[in-house]
Design a binder for this molecule. Structure first.
Ligand SMILES: [Zn+2]
Length: 115
């Protein structure tokens, strides 16, 4: 059994860290401290969030998307299951890459397809 709560906190911390890069004003920082977790639960986009997202580069945006997807999968109960073969993703892989949606073999197969 996966310690989902641990992965959830880890993902939320990563997400907060990404947004922090874009935070410039006191208001932004305050939002980070108080609202990120609630936002993640509500999936709402506040003005502050939109503004911060705007300042982030593509890579950071993609990371936040991947984190949101992982959080959605935790809520849906599908977190840790490979999207490719349907088997459980090894915990070690999830610990290294908490946003992983596939096992290593399927992930590599997917990468190979993109090339
Ligand atoms: Zn797989």
């Amino acid at each position: 059994m996966l310690a989902l709560q641990d992965f959830r906190s880890k993902l939320l911390a990563q997400r907060r860290e990404l947004f922090r890069q874009a935070a410039q004003t006191e208001e932004d920082l305050l939002w980070l401290e108080t609202d990120v977790e609630r936002e993640a639960e509500e999936r709402g986009q506040t003005e502050t969030m939109v503004r911060l997202l705007d300042r982030l580069d593509e890579r950071a945006k993609r990371e936040i998307e991947a984190i949101d997807l992982a959080l959605t999968r935790i809520e849906a109960g599908s977190y840790g299951r490979c999207e490719g073969c349907g088997k459980d993703i090894p915990v070690a892989r999830l610990q290294a890459v908490p946003t992983a949606t596939t096992c290593l073999a399927c992930g590599e197969a997917g990468e190979a397809l993109k090339r």
